[in-house]
Design a protein around this ligand. Sequence first.
Ligand code: GLU
Length: 309
Amino acid sequence: MICEDKEVLASMIEEARTYTGYGQLADYIPALREADPSVLSLAIYDGGETCAAVGNVDETFTLQSISKVLSLALALMDQGEEEVFSRVGMEPTGDPFNSIIKLETNQPNKPLNPMINAGALAVTSMISGETPDHKLGRLLTFIHELTGNPEIRYDEKVAESELKTAHLNRSLSYFMKQHGVFDDDVEDLLDLYTKQCAIEVSCQDLAKIGYVIANEGKHVFSKRPIIPLHIARILKTFMVTCGMYNASGEFAIRVGIPAKSGVSGGIMASIPHGLGIGIYGPALDDRGNSIAGMKLLESLSHRYDLSIF
Ligand code: GLU
């Protein structure tokens, strides 16, 4: 069993760590520049009492784009598929995550998918709640349930740092508001979105969320559905087609596991009917994925035959 292979996992992480020197920290959100680029951690959860974890396992980090999977789950539960997909598409894009180009050229002007920033902003606008705080509270409660960790909060410093510099996300939002994708107050929406992205987790938390998504959305112990089955399937499908930015195709070939990464260096992976994996390595490759995290997932997939294809 992979979770018992602690020594092998520890040696795989040290091998992958050698790649951290070839990556860069995300710097467009100033607070993310403070991370230590040599950090690498891995957690694997198989639904048991404990979660196997190796590397710098005490490090916490912000979800960033990984939160897009969770806001999508909540919006789909709140509004239903028809409403959500009337405002955001289902197609992958070969463009970077914050690109504006297809918003203008695509007709109607709705974002191509919920994993790029434009799509995620539209999805966040569909989370139900009377106030932005209420919506954020609902998202946090959902994450507490998925992880079994009620301590999870958002990192105020990272949220504030992103909000101050989120000019591109502001532009995307104003463009979408003009084209009727949503009608929210843009500053309120950005405030909520940056707090959502700044939710702080450990790699063990990520592995547990990945496990629930992998296993049909069911609560680990009670088996009660936290996410309806058809929505858990939609999440995994977007993770395969759009989860690793504009490297998703290559990742599907080399690794073959539904996964979502974030610019903080986190990666959450879900092996259908199997393991949940959480990785943190803040040094990124040129597409915004954890450089050592990608190597680690590739070696894990080969060694344990984890590809779903
Ligand atoms: N908060 C980040 C942004 O909106 C998330 C991007 C990411 O992780 O890809 O730019």
